[in-house]
Design a protein around this ligand. Structure first.
Ligand code: DGL
Length: 262
């Protein structure tokens, strides 16, 4: 069995390209369509029902494009909406959740930090994962207020970003964390700044590669691998395409970045 249709991705904006790029690297024959819902970013401050409505809209658009599978490379949309999407659409969904489990299992200091959106940290799914894997660990949860807006504005490496991160890392450093979990797909674009602010003993965990492997495993299980070898990638933003373009310009594949009103 094979299926030559594209894999669909949607995120509240440009952040999910941190996962999209890993998927493209692991699965070079697969075509993709990426929707950056930047006009509605950030999702992290919205209610669960608003996040579900936006996720439905994006999913429907990807289905209209003929996607064979939907990847939700957005922790906020996954933790608030993925069970709803799975109940309402008959195709495979892959989500992303903060990687609490590997951090909690590996932490020697029994203290880990998690930087995520308010929507993710207040979700029922996050509470469940946290109680299963991190019950006996000191988890310092910090909402990264303002970070998504800065990344969406192309200011990942700015003085403002650095100042906010210093503030957000403070309680984590006081608690002597040895792992920092990036619980938002935008945050891998902050790794350079984070690295310069954190002691080398702190490991940063980002789940992009793990999600790409999961996409591959599900394509295999469902018999959905493409039989072609002519991958094309379409990335759409419903706001400014410049940042989407900038963040993906170093990915050497056949791709188009354009505006789409969705
Ligand atoms: N990139 C998203 C995430 O992984 C959402 C950020 C936002 O829009 O608040 O959580």
């Amino acid at each position: 069995m094979a299926n030559n249709n594209p894999i669909g991705f949607f995120d509240s904006g440009v952040g999910g390209t941190s996962i999209w790029r890993e998927s493209v690297a692991l699965l070079p024959a697969e075509s993709t369509i990426y929707l950056a819902d930047s006009a509605n970013a950030p999702y992290g401050e919205k209610s669960t029902s608003e996040i579900i409505q936006l996720s439905l809209k994006n999913t429907q658009k990807l289905i209209d494009f003929g996607c064979k599978m939907i990847v939700v490379p957005c922790n906020t949309a996954t933790t608030n909406a993925i069970s709803y999407l799975r109940e309402n659409f008959d195709l495979p969904f892959i989500g992303i959740e903060p990687a609490l489990k590997p951090a909690a299992l590996s932490s020697k200091n029994k203290a880990i930090g998690i930087l995520a959106t308010k929507g993710t940290l207040s979700s029922a799914l996050f509470a469940k994962t946290s109680s299963i894997y991190a019950g006996s660990i000191n988890v310092i949860e910090v909402v990264g207020t303002g970070l998504v807006e800065l990344i969406e504005a192309g200011k990942a490496d700015s003085v403002q970003t650095r100042e906010l991160l210093k503030l957000y890392l403070q309680p984590m450093l006081e608690a002597n964390i040895d792992f920092l979990v990036l619980g938002c797909s935008h945050y891998p674009y902050l790794i350079e700044v984070l690295r310069s602010l954190l002691p080398s003993a702190v490991t940063i965990i980002d789940s992009g590669v793990a999600v790409a492997r999961q996409i591959k495993a599900v394509l295999e299980k469902e018999g959905l691998f493409t039989a072609t070898n002519s991958a094309r990638h379409k990335l759409y933003s419903n706001a400014n395409t410049a940042v989407l373009h900038k963040l993906t310009e170093n990915i050497q594949v056949k791709k188009e970045v354009s505006f789409l009103d969705f």
